[in-house]
Design a protein around this ligand. Structure first.
Ligand SMILES: Nc1ncnc2c1ncn2[C@@H]1O[C@H](COP(=O)(O)OP(=O)(O)OP(=O)(O)O)[C@@H](O)[C@H]1O
Ligand SMILES: [Mg+2]
Length: 383
């Protein structure tokens, strides 16, 4: 392929970056979320490659089945204690070890608390008599030390409380498209796509990397124009667009400015409150969007939709980059959102949460009622 990187799809760009790293010939690979944006076929290939890789591998990933198949040591960064816990085991054994550690800590804490309480009670009784007052004080001190020596309880990792908008009322078919075509140079990406998005309906758009999914959503969102065909806005349409590469975020604006711009009717307090529930607090809100991590950009883009009253959401791979807890929040919000959703994803969990009524397959532009057979298209085969 002889194209500038900027002209590649999200998944194609990651594949080029991966190929450059995997075949650079160095012994140790450093991979940060390598499966984000990849289609099922590429993930299967990557799993096979990493499983047979002879050199070292240091990887950050939220893809737990990839971790289970590749790593033999796990470093867990515990934000509550600002400490790195090192486990010299594979993924499944690590999970079991963590679970056992948690239970041991809980047991030790309960024991120590029981003993300390009984020491304090005894000290209370002895304090009244002059002869035993000193012993009572020592006893109370011993009880306090016992509690202070306990390992701190693991603080639950903070989770965003992600919400989607309250949809404004709209007509029966808020969004449609007729015979959309789009080419880049000589390459025809969309060939006659027809769509009708019913109020409150769920459409999933599936297809391999480079199939034209993002191109379609950009056209539906009005960010790109088709070569022929047209997008039809129904009565009362309010669109909310979540872009795969976060191109709706301006890198120069701060987190706070973004939300205030997306929802100008909110007071400063309300802006702070929405940002807080998406886990932006204190100094975070003054950061420029350009310096945010992938997961933070995802959260900011989603926060911008909350007060949009959107009744049709166009979501282009909304679970990329999210930690497991935040991903679960997004999926729960998707599951209960009463408006219509058009979602592009390579994430089988996102398909399950959406419970699609219909599927659009690209590049063929075939639309069909949903059937669980289509789910196979997003499930990577295990290496
Ligand atoms: N600005 C552009 N100039 C030239 N080609 C482009 C441009 N944008 C996209 N393309 C090409 O159009 C095709 C479809 O891209 P698109 O981003 O829509 O794919 P996608 O289905 O979203 O893929 P992915 O799963 O990787 O996100 C790809 O082959 C891509 O390289
Ligand atoms: Mg895409």
């Amino acid at each position: 392929m002889d194209r500038p990187l900027g002209a590649l799809s999200g998944g194609q760009r990651r594949r080029v970056e991966l190929a450059r790293i995997l075949f650079a010939g160095h012994g140790t690979l450093l991979l940060d979320e390598p499966t984000n944006h990849l289609d099922a076929h590429s993930i299967t290939w990557l799993r096979g490659f990493l499983a047979s890789h002879q050199g070292g591998l240091v990887m950050i990933s939220h893809d737990t089945s990839l971790l289970a198949g590749t790593v033999n040591r796990v470093f867990h960064l515990d934000p509550g204690r600002a400490a790195l816990d090192i486990h010299n085991t594979g993924w499944d054994a690590y999970l079991a070890q963590r679970d056992a550690d948690e239970r041991r800590r809980a047991r030790e804490r309960a024991n120590a608390e029981r003993k300390a309480a009984s020491l304090h009670a005894q000290a209370g009784r002895m304090r009244a008599r002059v002869a035993t007052a000193v012993a009572a004080r020592n006893m109370a001190r011993r009880a306090d030390r016992m509690l202070a020596d306990l390992e701190p309880a693991r603080r639950a990792e903070r989770t965003a409380r992600i919400r989607l908008p309250e949809p404004a009322p709209c007509g029966r078919i808020p969004l449609g498209a007729v015979s959309l075509t789009r080419s880049y140079g000589g390459q025809q990406v969309l060939r006659g796509v027809d769509l009708a998005v019913d109020r409150g309906s769920r459409l999933v758009v599936l297809g391999p990397n480079g199939a034209g999914k993002t191109t379609l959503l950009r056209i539906l969102a009005g960010q790109d124009t088709p070569d022929s065909g047209r997008v039809v806005h129904g009565h009362g349409l309010r669109l909310g667009y979540f872009a795969q590469e976060h191109d709706t975020l301006n890198p120069e604006l701060t987190v706070r400015e973004h939300l205030a711009g997306a929802a100008p009717h909110l007071t400063d307090g309300e802006v702070r409150q929405v940002l807080g529930s998406f886990l932006f607090t204190g100094d975070d809100t003054g950061k420029r969007a350009g310096v945010l991590s992938g997961g933070e950009k995802t959260r900011l883009a989603l926060a911008g939709l909350v007060h949009s009253s959107a009744n049709v959401l166009l979501l282009d791979e909304p679970t990329n980059n999210l930690d497991p807890a935040s991903r679960a929040e997004v999926l729960a919000a998707v599951g209960t959102y009463p408006g219509a959703i058009v979602m592009v994803t390579h994430d089988e969990g996102a398909v399950d949460a959406l419970r699609p009524d219909r599927v659009l397959l690209l590049p063929e532009a075939e639309e069909d009622l949903w059937s669980d057979d289509y789910r196979e298209l997003v499930v990577p085969a295990h290496a």
